[in-house]
Design a protein around this ligand. Structure first.
Ligand code: FCB
Length: 451
């Protein structure tokens, strides 16, 4: 620890990416479509009809990208592997070309002294499995555990840190209820069933990974939103409770307490979605972990809204916002980290994603002066430091994202990277924030506290 910095010496300063958002090469190397290829190919589903077919062409340019990560001084890099590339038909032997592709990447990271963290499911379900019913079907959880076992066996000598599922809330509620993410369904019962099966997939894969990769440390990446009622009105308080239940407790309670929250079960009983929970599932879901990853982006003020089927609505933020219109409120990060420790677990924690998109402009000199991103990251990192001072065992922080990339339904319109990508030429240009982050890392966090 340096004098003014609360960050421990071995803190993992990192950055995150996800396969579908950067790889491109959607039809190469034996990969078959995932639900995102299908969803994005339907006009109207994504901004400007953008798909991840080419993305950042990381498939061919990963060495250059890892060079950029090394230049920044990243100690860790969180990436995801594509299920549709590794096991294109959703079952059976892994695709050797994909295994080779990921093994080369992991070996290269090791050679650069960058510790990998591997996410197994960052939203790219093989389309064949969606055709069989997708996450609302119990079988999908078992297919995932099989994929996890095989992938751990194939890559386990090169990876210690495993994250089975990224943000089960987004996959279930945005994908199966709100319909704004793949597979674009709008069915609350299906979403609750999907949430349970994603939780189960997580739990089953913990054992599968441990059995197949002796060195594995297994965690998770939950999205934690800081939720407040918009006002004192009992209706707002009830709406905020349900919103917190749907977004946070539906995922944290089973993982760390082995239960689903009673109030959420009661509020959503009319859907029949919780009938998907079978004997023994909750024990499997609560399998002991080695660490917890928190993805954090939002503070929300929730009001009651009868026109919404869940009866909840987030008010527009009244303070500063990012290019996504998401509220900038660093205190929320320390709040969710303290809540995790107080209510759920004292396991080591990593902020596995946090970051912001802004309307970055390439200057006449070719430079990208993203002062807003630097302010954002500095504020949230100081908030992370505060959480450490208050007793949170925070071991690392991963900026979302290393590169500008395919931001799901928003296509290429939202740039979150430390490195700018020109999607016409695939030219990479580190933004000013990349150099700034390098300085933060080199100073052990101390640079966050200068003037
Ligand atoms: C998170 C996702 C990540 C990225 C950021 C902005 O919810 O995990 O892939 O899209 O949001």
């Amino acid at each position: 620890m340096s004098p003014a910095s609360p960050f421990p010496e071995d803190f993992l300063w990192g950055a995150s990416t996800a396969a579908y958002q950067i790889e491109g090469a959607a039809k190469l190397g034996g990969r078959e479509p995932s639900i995102w290829d299908t969803f994005a190919s339907v006009p109207g589903n994504t901004r400007d009809g953008d798909t991840g077919e080419d993305a950042c062409d990381h498939y061919h340019r990963w060495r250059e990208d890892f060079g950029l990560a090394e230049d920044i001084g990243l100690r860790s890099y969180r990436m995801s592997v594509s299920w549709a590339r590794l096991q294109p038909r959703g079952r059976g032997e892994l695709n050797p070309e994909a295994v080779k592709f990921y093994r080369e990447q992991l070996a290269d990271l090791a050679a650069r002294g960058i510790r990998p963290a591997v996410t197994l499911y960052h939203w790219d379900l093989p389309q064949v499995l969606e055709d069989e019913g997708g996450w609302p079907e119990r079988e999908t959880a078992f297919r995932f555990a099989d994929f996890a076992a095989r992938t751990a066996a194939a890559l386990g000598d090169l990876v210690e840190d495993w994250i089975p599922v990224n943000e089960a809330w987004c996959s279930s509620f945005l994908g199966y209820y709100r319909g704004v993410h793949a597979p674009g369904r709008r069915d609350l019962t299906a979403a609750i069933r999907a949430a349970h099966h994603l939780n189960l997939a997580h739990g089953l894969s913990v054992a599968a990974i441990r059995q197949n990769a002796a060195r594995a440390r297994v965690g998770t990446a939950v999205i934690m939103t800081d939720v407040d009622p918009a006002g004192d009105h009992p209706g707002d308080r009830a709406a905020a409770l349900l919103s917190d239940g749907e977004g946070n407790r539906m995922f944290l309670d089973p993982l760390f307490k082995g239960i689903y929250p009673e109030d959420v079960k009661w509020q959503l009983r009319h859907t029949g979605g919780f009938d998907a929970v079978a004997d023994g599932d909750l024990e499997a879901i609560a399998a002991p972990l080695d660490f917890v990853g928190v993805n954090h982006y939002h503070h929300m003020r929730i009001t009651a809204d009868e026109t919404d089927p869940l009866g909840t609505r987030a008010l527009p933020p009244d303070g500063p916002v990012t290019g996504f219109g998401w509220e900038i409120n660093p205190e929320s990060l320390s709040k969710v980290l303290l809540r995790l420790r107080g209510e759920y677990t004292e396991l080591p924690v990593y902020v596995t994603e946090n970051g912001a998109c802004f309307d970055d402009r390439v200057g006449e000199d070719g430079e990208i002066d993203d002062a807003e991103r630097i302010d954002y990251l500095a504020g949230y990192l100081r908030a992370a430091g505060e959480a450490i001072e208050k007793g949170v065992d925070l071991r690392g922080y991963f900026v979302w994202s290393l590169l500008d990339n395919y931001e799901w339904a928003e296509g290429y319109s939202k740039r979150f990277g430390l490195v700018h990508v020109d999607y016409r030429t695939q030219k990479r240009t580190p933004k000013r924030s990349a150099g700034w982050y390098r300085g933060v890392i080199a100073s052990g966090g101390e640079a966050l506290y200068g003037d």
